[in-house]
Design a protein around this ligand. Sequence first.
Ligand code: ADP
Ligand code: MG
Length: 608
Amino acid sequence: MPSDPGGAVPAPSAPRRVGAVVSRLGTWLRPVLPRLVLGGLGALGASLLALAVPQVLRWVVNGPLIGGGNLSAVVAAAGLVALLGVLEAFLVWTRRALIASPGTTAEREMRTALFDHLLDLPIAFHDRWAGGQLLSRSMSDLSMLRRWMVFGLVMLVVSATTVVVGVVLMLSTSWPLGLVYLTGAVPVIWLGFRFREDYKVIARRARDQAGDLATTVEESVHGIRVLKAFGRGEDALEEFAQQADELRGTEIVKARTLSRVTFALGTVPEVVLALTLGLGVWLAARGAADLGDLVAFFATAAVVNAPVERLGQLLAMTMDARAAADRFFEVMDTEPALTDPAHPLPVPPAPPGGSRVELSGVHLRFGAQQPGARDVLDGLDLVVEPGETLALVGLTGSGKSSLLGLVPRLMDVTAGSVRIDGVDVRDLRRADVRAMVAIAFEDPVLFSAPVAENVLLGVRGLGEDEALVRAEQALAVASADFVADLPQGIATVIGEEGLSLSGGQRQRVALARAIAARPRVLVLDDPLSALDVSTEAVVTQRLRSMLAGTTTLVVAHRPSTVALADRVAVLEDGRITGVGRHSELLATHPHYRYVLTALAAEHAEPAR
Ligand SMILES: Nc1ncnc2c1ncn2[C@@H]1O[C@H](COP(=O)(O)OP(=O)(O)O)[C@@H](O)[C@H]1O
Ligand SMILES: [Mg+2]
């Protein structure tokens, strides 16, 4: 279970350097860069204005004040200081105003890119990755990255510049004092590095644990009925509480590490300032320093100390952002195993008599690299002729679902080929293949949306009315009469994953979805397994009469259904060992008879 982060997440990749992270983020930063830079310049301007005030003071003290108190000059200087203050406040405001929009824009674009990538990844990826990890990466990690881009990154640059300019000003005001102040840099840099090393590990751990926590919530909500039914709610709560506690522990370590370094980074500048103050007074007493220089020096030091004390916060934020970026790129860097070909072929024209599906020499092996893996499909040949309905029969685990997944290219063959109307599916764009082939899975997935929307998932480019007609027709073919009795009929929102429908009802909505897409090739994975025998017979009859001309490959297990197919293919040991009419096979194929008996026994338990 997800309490072990290593179990739920593939091993984290080596952390990237901050520079590398910034350059990777470039894709999303570039479009918003002008505003970001302008906002950063606003912040920088504000800091530089703050540094200008001491210089005015220096001039006032050394000139008019010591020189006998020229009142109008002092008033002018005070007015200048006030003006600088107002200008500074204005520039701080500009930063906030300019930066809000680029941050949220970049966040949205990254989130969209991540989601797009998730949809592209092969099914096997989703077997390996826990849902909560993907959830937390696409939500909290990306909002962390946004905060860092608009605040952390900008403030890091601004603070560093402020410190450098400030120190140069201090050195030019009084070089002996400046040098003493500079010695403070040694402990500050050392503390900063040590803190970075400690904090980056904890930052990553906290984010992974948050992802695991999300996984637990997601799985528990998803499986709430099972948990309740088996009285395991308490255990789920206990596991959740334990994980929440682990996360809390990590957050506390994080906060302690940060508060330690903040304390140290706050102390160092104050101590060196005290030292320089002592030295300054001594120099002034000996007449070796102007009073105005001293005032300017210490006023500048006060401005410079603030960003030094903030350094811990900014470093922490940067490390958090780096962990977030690593987690984001780990997903983004997972190559989709199924990609569009570099030079896709055009979609072959639809033959008037229906499409032909041809599997030749197909081998399929899961986890091909792992030792001991064996071929699920082992040199399989099968042709579904134009317009025919071919039933596929085989024992549970014989590879029927895997075979079906090859046709809409949810998976790729390990060797051999799958052709539709003579074109290898790997030579077509995936979107084109999936427009040609519609599939209904045995375990139907419905989204929390109106029935109509669920049915129209594979339908594009229809007006609202036409689409509604299409949905109603498809539901009729799938014998989903119950939809009319739902509170709002076809507009009824069905619960999360359609949980408020029965298994057989969900199957029929999923079947209607495949039908509504009007595909050239319909692929049905035991789509009626949850129906009783008589309802199944009705649906099958309607399918047959309505779908004449649509090439259909259907997994089935009931003799009554199989008998309605044009032909039946028997899948045995990874190959097709017999093709023919149901009656022929019954007479000639012992394994076929055995499979039907075995499947009948397996499905004998009461329908869901
Ligand atoms: N994603 C996967 N990873 C590894 N093995 C798989 C995967 N999907 C299916 N298998 C294995 O392939 C075999 C065939 O499965 P499947 O095609 O679902 O059979 P059927 O639909 O005929 O019951 C089974 O042994 C199953 O465990
Ligand atoms: Mg199956």
